[in-house]
Design a protein around this ligand. Structure first.
Ligand SMILES: C[S@@+](CC[C@H](N)C(=O)[O-])C[C@H]1O[C@@H](n2cnc3c(N)ncnc32)[C@H](O)[C@@H]1O
Length: 195
């Protein structure tokens, strides 16, 4: 891995990048990412596909939230009153840019855009498709887990892996107590489950 993610703004540590890379390198796909933002985690998966020399289908979804209004009208019904995340404010809203254009430019700059199908839609619009590896960056608290995890589990083939970002001790306990998945390992805040 060339560690291209280090050049892309986002929330993903070196240990987390190494762990996600390992699972992406060892799958035959298809792979789904939910929440690409500016493409930091996306670049890790693209690098693994490139390095594997396999023809792997990789779909990546994001809501393409580009204004304060976009962000608050999606998230406040889920979490209640919220602050706008500083990276969204600094990199997108204040510069009047669009997330989708930024992620495309970031991946294109490093010749990784060809490895991913970027979609600006809610992942819950996916139908008639199943994945062998899902990376989900949309399970940040119990409310988001209750909202998103049931549909994520429907999108996984049996004997597949789910990588979850921002998995605290408390959320790990909540997830394994309330859903049918087996915890395998965690590095920093990236957890891996087998389903
Ligand atoms: C924490 S950010 C992702 C950060 C990114 N993975 C990185 O490496 O920097 C979470 C993203 O998930 C997206 N998102 C939230 N709910 C979603 C949904 N239901 N479908 C698709 N994307 C969603 C948000 O728009 C946001 O950009």
């Amino acid at each position: 891995m060339q560690n291209i993610y280090k050049n892309i703004t986002g929330w993903f540590s070196s240990n987390e990048a190494d762990l996600l890379y390992r699972y992406a390198l060892n799958t035959d796909g298809p792979i789904l990412e939910i929440g690409h933002f500016l493409g930091r985690s996306t670049s890790v998966i693209c690098e693994a596909i490139k390095d594997s020399n396999k023809q792997i289908v990789f779909d990546s979804y994001d809501l393409n939230l580009n204004t304060e209004k976009d962000f608050l009208s999606y998230y406040e019904p889920i979490h209640g009153p919220l602050e706008i995340p500083y990276l969204l404010k600094d990199e997108v809203i204040s510069k009047k840019l669009e997330t989708i254009n930024l992620v495309k430019a970031n991946l294109n700059e490093h010749n990784l855009l060809q490895y991913v199908n970027l979609k600006t839609e809610n992942f819950n619009t996916i139908s008639n498709k199943k994945f062998k590896l899902i990376f989900a960056d949309v399970l940040h608290d119990k409310a988001e887990i209750d909202l998103n995890l049931p549909y994520i589990l429907k999108l996984l083939e049996s004997n597949s892996y789910l990588a979850v970002h921002d998995l605290s001790d408390d959320l790990l306990k909540y997830t394994t107590n309330n859903f049918n998945l087996n915890f395998i390992e965690r590095t920093d805040l990236l957890g891996i489950f087998f389903v």
